[in-house]
Design a protein around this ligand. Structure first.
Ligand code: UDB
Ligand code: ZN
Length: 191
């Protein structure tokens, strides 16, 4: 199973590479890795497993973070509602592409972190509030989905990793708490 020791950290050159598109159909190894990535996220959100293996509670991970420079990401975003066990979004995305997005921007009220960054970085990370994505699943089927708010932020964060972009690249270093106009701050406490 994947643990934090498989996750490469800030400073590793692979995090700054543009990852290669995956050729379909996936090889068995690529399918295996993709499923391990999703399992890592599920494990990391299971209190007992996360504690036992010291996993940070992950909602998304990109293959480059495992030193595999391929355009594959896994996303597992739990439901906002505690009584609801079904995740808001859970899938493995092969060659994901943002095909359109809203003018409106959003950002998390508490900023962002990253499984590959072992430090706090203050500042808002402006992202598109809504995106339409196209991607392939591990069986090679094409999907086209519209996402907004937190799931949209997670996927944009992961697709950035496929292009060698880290979340802090998007923070305005002159004024980290600057809120671009037309941006709506998204807090866990707010809807
Ligand atoms: C960096 C880390 C803090 C581990 C972050 N976790 C996270 O947001 N967990 C979380 C949030 C919830 F709302 C509910 C829940 F169950 C767990 C994360 O996985 N990522 C993904 C990452 O680093 N991918 O490379 C960072 C997030 C920042 C904004 C989007 C993803
Ligand atoms: Zn990250």
């Amino acid at each position: 199973m994947l643990t934090m020791k498989n996750v490469i950290r800030e400073g590793h050159p692979t995090l700054r590479k543009v990852a290669e598109p995956v050729t379909l159909p996936l090889t068995n190894d690529e399918k295996e890795l993709a499923m391990e990535m999703l399992d890592f996220l599920k494990n990391s959100q299971d209190t007992d497993i996360a504690e036992k293996y010291e996993l940070r509670p992950g909602v998304g991970i990109a293959a480059p973070q495992l030193n595999v420079s391929k355009r594959m990401i896994a996303v597992h975003v739990p439901s906002d509602l505690p009584e609801d066990t079904a995740p808001q979004f859970s899938d493995i995305l092969i060659n994901p592409r943002i095909i359109s997005h809203s003018v409106k921007q959003t950002c998390l009220s508490e900023g962002e972190g990253c499984l590959s960054v072992d430090r706090e970085v203050q500042g808002y990370v402006p992202r598109n509030k809504r995106i339409r994505i196209e991607y392939f699943d591990t069986d090679g089927n094409k999907h086209n989905k519209r996402l907004k708010d937190f799931p949209s932020i997670v996927i944009q964060h992961e697709i950035d990793h496929l292009n060698g972009i880290m979340f802090f690249d998007r923070i305005d270093s002159d004024n980290p708490m600057a809120l671009p106009k037309d941006l709506e701050v998204l807090g866990y406490e707010e809807e």
